[in-house]
Design a protein around this ligand. Structure first.
Ligand code: GDP
Ligand code: MG
Length: 671
């Protein structure tokens, strides 16, 4: 049975090609030790298996995920390597090709996306290029299947020939490196194949290869040779790192190949993508444009669509649903206790959260749009500079953006950052991103106190979270002295108008957790909180301000007094809010709905001034991550110390900032 390995840079169409060349899955699972999907399929002609390897830019892995391909090449002997390249990005894609050629198994190049290349006015002389590189090249369009039959046939031929020992291709790396390669090859035991490839990968700093070679050669000798070579190279090429030097040599080889084989026929006219990029990725305009975009997002979420829908839902829930349930319970003669649990506990608690569903889905719809349209990659690149300035990796932006939806998956997404300290920093700071649960608290308060400027006030809270994260990153990175920075490369897809189906699907994927949480966790929480409000030291059915809820809330209300919200109700909501931030709304719904008829919004105006409300929202934004987030911090850092740290620093920071804002506000004459 033949084994074909599919390799290529990310986003070059590997998965599309995989689907075209195979008709059934042999196996879908995970690669050992990492959460990367491993797919093996049976080729259409049933003569072999195709293995879909993770997309990488270089065999020398930047993160653990990316080591999968190297480990595969070290441990297995594929019949051939099917290398997918993006025809419109040959210059970058061929770096990997060179490394595959050096490995020493037959390589066939699938020249994918030729439709895109043609549209861009690139004319590729396939025959000439194949001659130059010395391997078969098949132009394909993986999306439509064009050329896939020929590709399969060519790959079969290459595999059939693979028995007659194929040897590793030699590219000249200059006298210094060639000498080092020679020495290394001599050190390696004879039974290791691809010795030259191993030597080169080692010199490039490929960790899995280093680990493998340590089993055969004295690690000290390896290190000495590496250090000596690096020193020589640095002397010769004024301070260049070894890996960069190797990259430069390869770039020169690629230049040579492409020089005559690729012609730009048409005038390189600026594409629409490029014109948009000139604005949104502009050094000065990038961030303002992004902020404007976010402002628009909140305008849509609050003023234009979300709020009217939420209001509608609110009156439906508190009018029709509450009345119907009430008369139904009366008609079946339900006990007063049951009636109170359902109406004052569940409807007030769960309903209080559910009414924000339209706003949250609106926000997720826009985030999905940002992702699918290609804008997300641009924002990440724009933010990269800012993040690097404070000691974070550009990749940290992705966990943070995901954190806007929910901090839990955001923190999990930090796994892609391979530098441990940068990763820890990202995990610690992602909880400062304002998640959708907090949005329900803002919705309640801005709707009540800041009716005219809802979008602006909410935007200010999101920005505050990000700014605090950046400042803290800078502070923490002094203490967390860091090792080498990891590299940030993000694929820059062309702009696309997202398809409605994909959009609605990913919006639902993101938002369903919120709905599910309302139906389960918040439901249970509301019943418990209602009980705490219904009972007290003097027994059952006590007035709310003699209840357990009041006792708990008044424990912390004196501490909160300087921040402007020293009432026990706010205190109780803060404590229960640790379970999940939406519970703040549920708790208030239960506390305030009981004694008043003016509705929740009417009730809170009696307890907060606008300034106090803002201070409260700031505190909600920054104080302790919710229970689920603390849990995931614990499991991702595997450290009780850092978990405690994440809770405590957040409390301190929240207190200080809410204090400053409230006091400064008072001084400035706000109330
Ligand atoms: P992978 O990341 O390498 O697995 O790439 P995918 O197979 O997921 O493809 C990335 C994107 O490129 C998808 O939107 C594909 O539909 C698109 N794509 C793949 N092959 C082609 C092609 O030949 N032409 C065009 N225009 N798009 C393609
Ligand atoms: Mg893929």
């Amino acid at each position: 049975m033949m084994k074909l390995a599919l390799t290529g840079n990310p986003n070059t169409g590997k998965t599309s090609l995989f689907n075209m060349l195979t008709d059934s899955y042999e196996y879908v699972g995970n690669w050992a030790g990492v959460t990367i999907e491993k797919k093996v399929g049976m080729l259409n002609n049933k003569r072999g298996q195709l293995i879909d390897l993770p997309g990488i830019y270089s065999l020398s892995p930047l993160s653990r995920d990316e080591g999968v391909t190297t480990l595969y090449l070290l441990d297995e002997t594929p019949s051939m390597l099917l290398n997918v390249v993006d025809a419109s990005q040959l210059e970058r894609n061929l770096h990997l090709t060179i490394q595959l050629l050096e490995y020493g198994r037959p390589v066939v190049l699938a020249l994918n996306m030729i439709d895109v290349a043609n549209k861009r006015g690139l004319n590729i002389d396939v025959q000439l290029l194949a001659q130059q590189i010395g391997i078969p090249i098949v132009p394909v369009i993986a999306r439509t299947g064009y050329g896939c039959d020929v590709l399969l046939e060519t790959s079969m031929q290459a595999s059939d020939d693979s028995g007659s020992a194929t040897s590793s291709r030699r590219f000249d790396y200059g006298p210094v490196l060639e000498e080092a390669i020679g020495k290394l090859e001599a050190m390696l035991p004879k039974e290791l194949t691809s010795a030259r490839w191993l030597a080169l990968q080692l010199l490039e700093g490929n960790i899995p290869v280093l680990q493998k070679l340590r089993q055969h050669v004295d690690p000290v000798r390896l290190q000495t040779l590496y250090d000596e070579t690096e020193k020589l190279v640095q002397e010769q090429a004024n301070g260049k790192k070894l890996a960069d030097y190797i990259r430069d040599r390869r770039a020169a080889v690629i230049q040579g190949w492409l020089q005559h084989a690729v012609l730009e026929t048409k005038e390189q006219r600026t594409t629409l993508s490029e014109r948009i990029d000139a604005i949104v990725m502009n050094k000065f305009l990038g961030i303002p444009v992004f902020l404007a975009f976010m402002y628009l997002t909140f305008k849509l979420t609050f003023d234009w669509f979300g709020t009217p829908l939420s209001d509608g839902l609110d009156s439906l829930l508190n009018g029709f649903v509450r009345d119907s349930l009430s008369s139904f319970l009366d008609s079946v003669g339900a006990a007063a206790f049951i009636k109170a649990v359902l109406l004052d506990g569940v409807i007030s608690g769960v309903g209080g959260v559910l009414v924000f569903v339209p706003q949250i889905f609106m926000l997720f719809l826009i985030i999905s749009f940002i992702e699918d349209s290609g804008y997300m990659a641009r924002i990440a690149t724009v933010m990269d500079k800012l993040l690097e300035g404070v000691g974070l990796n550009g990749k940290a932006f992705i966990p943070m953006i995901i954190g806007f939806g929910c901090n839990v998956p955001g923190i999990m997404a930090a796994r892609t950052i391979e530098q441990p300290k940068e990763r820890l920093l990202t995990i610690l700071l992602t909880p400062l991103m304002s998640c959708s649960a907090r949005l329900s608290v803002y919705s309640l308060f801005v709707g009540t106190f800041f009716e005219k400027n809802q979008a602006l006030i909410v935007l200010s809270l999101y920005v505050l979270g990000v700014v605090v994260a950046l400042v803290l990153a800078k502070l923490f990175s002094f203490t967390l002295a860091k090792e080498e920075e990891s590299m940030f490369i993000v694929e820059m897809p062309p702009y696309r108008v997202p398809q409605w189906r994909t959009l609605s699907r990913s919006t639902w994927e993101k938002g369903k957790g919120f709905v599910r949480k309302a139906g389960t966790f918040i439901f249970g929480g509301s019943v418990v909180i209602w009980m705490l409000g219904y009972s007290g030291f003097s027994g059952w059915n006590v007035p709310m301000n003699e209840s357990f809820l009041q006792s708990v809330g008044s424990l912390i209300s004196p501490i909160m007094e300087p921040l402007g919200f020293g009432n026990w109700q706010a205190g109780a909501a803060l404590i229960t809010g640790f379970l999940a931030k939406e519970v703040v709304v549920s708790t208030m719904g239960i506390i305030y709905a009981a004694p008043t008829e003016a509705g929740l919004e009417g009730a809170i105006t009696q307890f907060f001034t606008p300034l106090q409300a803002y201070s409260f929202m700031v505190f909600i934004l920054l104080y302790v991550p919710c229970l689920a987030t603390v849990g995931v911090i614990r499991s991702e850092t595997k450290s009780a110390k850092w978990t405690w740290f994440s809770v405590i620093y957040a409390l301190i920071v929240a207190y200080i900032i809410a204090f400053i804002i409230y006091r400064a506000g008072l001084l400035l004459g706000f109330h």
